[in-house]
Design a protein around this ligand. Structure first.
Ligand code: MTE
Ligand code: MO
Length: 423
């Protein structure tokens, strides 16, 4: 369904009496009871439990067969096999941790089959002593865990299109996932090799067909970068970099080099294809943004969202979603039901971790009126997620990377949900 023009929408909202007061959204509303009540005398007829033994044990558990629709959506590049993405179904998930089988994928040249017994990590360049590590020796280091998101710089880039894409939340914004990564602080290994004073940059290389080469400031690697070997408690999945990858909390996906085989310390960036021709953005003044490492604050209502519907009214619905920021902690998420005229603070589910998904919740009482649901995140630096209008004003109409504008879900009087470009 096409989105309504702005004026018509405003009239709609006024007619529905949603102008100034945020009728309907109330954080104090008690949770409704959705369970059916049954007469006492019927409780005796409840089934007596399972008499037959259930199915066998399994060596590795799989989701219920009733959950087969919860999948990564694959958009592979047909012109170059192995190049493409698969999206995390954020709209089907709850909590904040992305299950390993549903972590989004971005490969430039497919998933290499790596035998960990053969794999080596080389640290060389401007170091006192070049070092090589095999996986067995890396597994003996003291490890640390860090829960953080990884987001592709190209996530949500359909937002730059003229017309709002009618795709489920995760399949337009799910090139981001959140995991507990466990491994060795990169700093520890670099210090072991001994960093020469001239070293300012590190060129990381993966062992895949693309042999991805990418430059990153040494400073970040000495700060909070992790050489991850484990993902949510188990060894990395092949798709996500087995047997080891870089994790640079809060920084653009491309820097989180998978199947890592080399860290070369240099005094300047490499200026490789993926940091010049790609992953740069032409600005309105003709100059390009380059090395835009940080992922800015963003939020997304995952439910209710496109592909769902509101079956009845009046009724209370739980508005829920995710917020994250590469700068640190999320401090506030506001929700609007009237296209941004009025806002209410959502509840933030703890623990709130820096550079990680934060879930927000807010009950919303819907009485069948036309509405536009939006969420707006603020992080601990005071940065506020921009409207689409502001983003386009600042960055031009033809961007490609780093789209983090507020997302608007239109709720029709019938309870259908469309993606619209909000006010
Ligand atoms: N070696 C290698 N590392 C890589 C890539 C790749 O193609 N090869 N893709 C990068 C990009 S663009 C992103 S967004 C993330 C995706 O990580 P994931 O597939 O684990 O989600 O890995 C990065 N690391
Ligand atoms: Mo990416």
């Amino acid at each position: 369904m096409a989105s309504k023009p702005r004026n018509e929408r405003r009239q709609f909202l006024q007619k529905a009496g949603l102008g100034a007061a945020l009728t309907g959204i109330a954080s104090t509303l008690s949770t409704p009871i959705w369970a059916k009540t049954i007469p006492q005398e019927l409780t005796a007829t409840l089934p007596a439990g399972m008499r037959q033994p259930g199915s066998e044990f399994s060596n590795y558990g799989q989701p219920s067969t009733h959950e087969q629709g919860v999948i990564r959506w694959i958009s592979a590049n047909s012109a170059a096999s192995g190049n493409g993405v698969s999206w995390t179904p954020l709209h089907d998930l709850q909590g904040t941790i992305t299950p390993n089988g549903l972590h989004y994928e971005r490969h430039h040249n497919g998933v290499p089959a790596i035998d960990p017994a053969q794999h080596q990590l080389l640290i060389d360049g401007l170091v006192n002593q070049p070092l090589s590590f095999d996986i067995k020796s890396l597994l003996r280091y003291p490890m640390q865990s860090r829960t953080c998101f990884i987001e592709c710089g190209g996530n949500s880039n359909s937002g730059w299109r003229t017309n709002p894409i009618q795709t489920q939340a995760g399949y337009a914004h799910g090139l981001v996932s959140n995991s507990e990564w466990t491994g060795i602080p990169v700093k520890l290994l670099l210090q072991e090799a001994g960093i020469k004073p001239e070293a300012k940059w590190v060129i990381a290389e993966g062992a895949d067909g693309a042999s991805l080469n990418i430059s990153m400031p040494l400073e970040k690697l000495m700060d909070d970068a992790l050489l991850a070997l484990y993902q949510n408690g188990e060894r990395l999945r092949p798709e996500n970099g087995y047997p080891l990858r870089l994790v640079l909390p809060g920084w653009e996906g491309i820097l989180n080099v998978k199947w890592l085989r080399q860290l070369r310390l240099t005094d300047q960036p490499l200026m490789s294809r993926d940091e010049t021709a790609q992953y740069t953005e032409l600005q309105t003044d003709g100059k390009a943004r380059q090395f835009t490492f940080l992922m800015e604050a963003k939020s997304l209502i995952t439910s209710p969202s496109l592909g769902m519907m509101l079956p009845d009214n009046p009724a209370t619905y739980q508005v829920t979603g995710l917020a994250w920021s590469g700068r640190g902690k999320i401090t506030r998420v506001e929700v609007s039901a009237d296209g941004g005229e009025t806002w209410l603070d959502a509840e933030l589910q703890g623990p709130i971790l820096a550079k990680a998904f934060t879930r927000f919740n807010l009950p919303w009482h819907w009485q069948g009126e036309y509405a536009i649901l939006q969420s707006r995140a603020t992080d601990e630096t005071g940065y506020v997620q921009p409207t689409r209008e502001t983003l386009l004003d600042n960055r031009g109409k033809h961007g490609f990377f780093h789209y983090n504008a507020i997302v608007s879900w239109e709720i029709t009087e019938e309870g259908d949900i469309n993606h619209v470009y909000g006010f």
